[in-house]
Write a protein that binds this ligand. Structure first.
Ligand code: FRU
Length: 485
């Protein structure tokens, strides 16, 4: 924030202080996921590692638990496990971002951290305007806004946002999610040599290209990067209709594997694959860390999906981010997500069990189910098995149908809802359980199910039961950050 924002900074500090006590009383406060200290969090922004320090910025509305004029909140870490909350990096305080410093990305140039973000503006009639804006920092903490560097080209509505910037062959690339005047979602590209002056290169993917006929009415939060020799595009399209087991959330998130041509500026790609098969995953972003890993963090939420029913609202906060995940492409071009290895530093109290189950229910001993990691492998089952977590979520493997299901209690009325994926053969399940979330990595991260859940605080049980005869090995850990030991 610029120095003129001192008053705003004070207002945020007061807000955090006034609500700290209430927020901390919430049993659904997470142990190892990033949350807002107060208010609403959505997309991760500006993910970067610089001089050894990981920076996670995020869309933040500190003054209420609804959306609105977003700030960029900010966390830093040296190990992706222990995080420090910093002062807000950007405030919606200028004419070009007065209704929100919307999502964007970070990069380093000339020894300074740069962030490119979308300035969201509503005119007097309430019409939306959009500006792509640059801000620069010497220390990665204090930012100076440089203002608008790219404006809306012809042919698009003002749903034109979320710049992801990177350097490729000595030139700056900036992709954005966009909506054409006929209300279809697209990916657009700008290029630049100087960062303050951008050339619009047009639409490079989206509805009408690569055999995608009508693929959503808006594409949000795009990210394009090289991974294992291919160009991977990750994007959050809005408005895909449910299709079999796919697309059951209000809005989707997925990826394409393809090639970006640096002369024609066209991106050719294969089929869209969902990134996550659970309930709460959206607006993810990736970055290359200093050790060369491609890491991803997502928002553990989806826009317009029952936010009013989250019980944490009574404690003046809502939403969290996912754990960081390392990405790889396997030989058949399938994206693999693995929890970063740093998370293993939280492990304590390791226990190992071999279960032989015959229709019976076995309780799994864990020290504290509100902060646990469970790894199941050596699975030998006739018909399948299920794992029930705090009576609020069930993971069901149906071997005959070749299907994995995550069932949870609906937030509004505790009736059941499911998300499902076809899993031909289940080899392993790697589960991270926090106070109010579950992340399930299936078969070494080939599929992931991410979900919030709000179990009865008194229920601390986790059990496993067979549909017939099942043998499996199970390891559990209690997860605890150093700071809390
Ligand atoms: C995605 C999104 C982005 C936008 C931001 C605003 O969740 O709608 O497109 O920049 O959130 O908070």
């Amino acid at each position: 924030m610029t120095t003129t924002d001192a008053a705003l900074r004070q207002k945020i500090a007061d807000r955090i202080r006034n609500y700290e006590h209430l927020v901390k009383k919430d049993v659904y406060r997470q142990h190892f996921h990033l949350m807002p200290p107060v208010g609403l969090l959505n997309d991760p922004n500006g993910l970067i590692q610089w001089k050894g320090i990981y920076h996670v910025f995020y869309q933040w509305q500190p003054f209420k638990t609804g959306h609105g004029a977003k700030f960029w909140g900010h966390y830093t870490s040296t190990d992706l496990v222990n995080w420090q909350h910093e002062e807000a990096a950007l405030a919606p305080s200028d004419w070009f971002d007065q209704n929100g410093c919307y999502s964007g990305s970070a990069f380093i140039e000339g020894g300074q951290m740069h962030v490119m973000y979308t300035g969201n503006v509503r005119d007097e009639q309430g019409n939306r305007e959009t500006y792509q804006c640059l801000a620069v920092s010497e220390d990665g903490i204090h930012f100076e806004k440089k203002g608008v560097v790219a404006t809306l080209p012809e042919g698009f509505t003002a749903h034109f946002r979320d710049p992801k910037v990177w350097k490729r062959n000595g030139r700056w690339y900036m992709i954005l999610g966009a909506q054409s005047l006929d209300l279809k979602g697209h990916l657009v590209l700008f290029t630049s040599d100087t960062l303050d002056n951008w050339t619009f290169q047009g639409t490079i993917a989206g509805s009408g290209k690569n055999g995608l006929d009508n693929f959503g009415y808006m594409w949000e939060c795009p990210d394009l990067f090289e991974l294992d020799g291919r160009d991977v595009l990750i994007v959050s399209p809005q408005g895909l209709e449910p299709d079999g087991l796919k697309y059951h959330n209000t809005h989707q998130s997925g990826y394409f594997v393809g090639t970006l041509d640096d002369h024609s500026y066209q991106y050719t790609h294969g089929a869209f694959e969902e990134l996550d098969r659970g309930f709460d995953f959206y607006a993810q972003q990736t970055f290359l860390d200093e050790s060369g890993r491609r890491l991803l963090i997502g928002w553990m939420g989806v826009p317009d999906q029952g936010e009013e029913h989250h019980p944490t609202i009574s404690y003046q906060w809502i939403h969290c981010l996912t754990i960081p995940r390392e990405l790889r492409l396997d030989e058949d071009g399938h994206l693999i997500q693995k929890p970063v290895s740093e998370l293993q530093s939280m492990r304590t109290n390791e226990q190992e069990h071999v279960f032989h189950i015959k229709r019976s229910v076995h309780s799994i001993p864990v020290e504290d189910i509100t902060s646990a990691e469970v790894f199941i492998d050596q699975i030998d089952t006739q018909k399948g098995f299920e794992c029930c977590i705090r009576a609020a979520a069930r993971i069901i493997y149906d071997k005959e149908e070749g299907k994995l299901t995550l069932e949870r209690d609906r937030f509004e009325d505790r009736s059941k809802e499911v998300r499902e994926a076809l899993i031909e053969e289940l080899h392993d399940l790697h589960i991270f359980i926090d106070s109010s979330s579950i992340e399930i990595f299936v078969n070494g991260g080939r599929e992931v199910f991410t979900a919030r859940y709000f179990p009865s605080p008194g229920n601390k049980s986790i059990s496993i039961s067979g549909r017939n005869e099942t043998k499996l090995k199970l390891k559990t850990w209690h997860l605890q950050r150093e700071a809390n030991r």
